[in-house]
Ligand binder design. Sequence first.
Ligand code: MN3
Length: 241
Amino acid sequence: MSGMSRRNVLSLAAAGAATVAADSLFGVSPVAAFDHHHKKAGFELPPLPYAYDALQKSIDEQTMHIHHDKHHQGYVNKLNAAVEGMPELQKHSVEDLLRNIDQVPKKIRQDVINNGGGHANHTLFWEVMGPNGGGEPTGKLGQAIKKQFKSFSNFRDEFASNAGSVFGSGWGWLIVDDGKLKIVKTSNQDSPLLKGKTPLLGVDVWEHAYYLKYQNRRPDYIQAWFNVVNWENVGKRYEQA
Ligand code: MN3
């Protein structure tokens, strides 16, 4: 009898230990990410600024859910894990960390490049899209694009072919570099901020951004993505740059 109950106690203890171990694999940053009373101590996933099905003409609802709730949340969680116990880093914006990457301790620098980049890039990505997107930019940005690329249609072709040519996973960007508009690409989650450039518009060309709807047809995804670009927001970013 006593041997039996002792075994039960042991197996409960073992089950408890297994639960703790499993939690600690995934549970480090959600605490920091969701506890608004300790906002300073962690980075947070921003809510999607529109409904998950709002971009359906170009990006399906399931992709938006997985992309925002799983992929972007994952970068936020891993960024929080990387800077855990480093309040001097936690108090900065992720953009500041990336702009000053040389001052981030070497042992976590690549983690901040990958996951801080993932967080900043996706935050921008949601903001430069919208349900009433598409068309052409007006105002100062519209003028600057025409000046730099001769026409909006030239700009669009160049942007699309640049993003389409990213080898493997990465991003196609419109950036401001020394006051000039430029089209560039980065690999993985590298942000233009790492090189002191200001990103205005970015298209995620990782397969997770389009594979459910477009499979291997990345160029089709990029063409459709132009129909949800929120040029008003991109124009605001330009005027602040
Ligand atoms: Mn992505």
